[in-house]
Design a binder for this molecule. Structure first.
Ligand code: FES
Length: 264
């Protein structure tokens, strides 16, 4: 794995008035978490390298201009960080509003309901209202609108991919955080996934030239499914039967990803 190395001299920072000491190389996001301060995040995880794409984890740092992402900013001795200023709260809410404006609002029937980081983060930033319509203007998220229903050629519509025997890929729910792509590369070393397109056109793709996951280089390790913060990549058992009440995760030496054995 290529997460930032944390070693060397301890560094003490002040975050929201609390002094926190962590090893050199720790990100501000992680230092805050270790001090019990939760900063909203979507594209960062503990097991893949920080990417800084979702902009939810922005903070203010004394003596620094702008609002850097805390996941990509390493701590420095004496650094003073504020995670809950009006400025960063407004930015996070605005960012989340854009995400939700292009996401299906089917939470109650979604297989990830109550197990969805997008849902959690929307609540965490206090989002209650979305002012923007999706780019297609018909009240449905872009990837959610069938070509015929939009009344015009909709190059953005990509149907749900159920070709893999173990998981489904539903592009309508993708927020393009790239966690699946990075997990495929950094955790599994397979490089089967990529991001295609730009803006509203951007989407995760199972490799250039592959129409679906089954015909791609995917080895069905599940690293991408585990990394996905929404129901975009979802285990078929969860998609069909719902979230199990109990899950046991084990890690073997074969791939190190961690397999879930689920009891309903
Ligand atoms: Fe830091 Fe996404 S979690 S930019």
């Amino acid at each position: 794995m290529s997460t930032p190395e944390r070693h060397g001299a301890p560094v003490t920072v002040t975050i929201d008035g609390f002094e926190i000491t962590v090893p050199k190389g720790t990100s501000v996001l992680r230092a805050a978490a270790e001090g019990g301060i939760q900063i909203p995040k979507l594209c960062a995880t503990d097991s893949i390298e920080a990417f800084g794409s979702c902009r939810l984890c922005v903070v203010e740092i004394e003596g620094k201009r702008g609002t850097p992402s805390s996941c990509t900013t390493p701590v420095a001795e004496g650094m003073v960080v504020r995670t809950q200023t009006e400025k960063v709260k407004k930015i996070r809410k605005g960012v989340m509003e854009l995400y939700i404006s292009d996401h299906p609002l089917d939470c109650l029937t979604c297989s990830a309901n109550n197990d969805c980081e997008l849902q959690d983060m929307a609540g965490m930033v206090g989002l209650r209202d979305v002012r923007y319509k999706p780019a297609n203007g018909n009240g449905l998220a872009n990837h959610f609108t069938p070509r015929e229903a939009s009344g015009e050629a909709n190059a953005l519509y990509i149907p749900k991919d159920e070709s893999n025997p173990y998981f489904t890929y539903d592009p309508s729910k993708c927020i393009v955080c790239s966690r699946c792509v990075r997990a495929c590369e950094e955790v599994q070393g397979t490089f089967a996934l990529t991001i295609e397109g730009k803006g509203f056109d951007s989407r995760v793709s199972p490799g250039m030239g592959s129409n679906d996951f089954l015909s791609s280089d995917c080895v069905s390790c599940g690293a991408c499914v585990q990394a996905c913060p929404t129901a975009t990549l979802q285990e078929k058992s969860v998609d069909k039967l719902g979230t199990p009440e109990r899950a046991v995760v084990t890690t073997c030496a074969y791939c190190g990803v961690g397999c879930s054995f689920k009891a309903e």
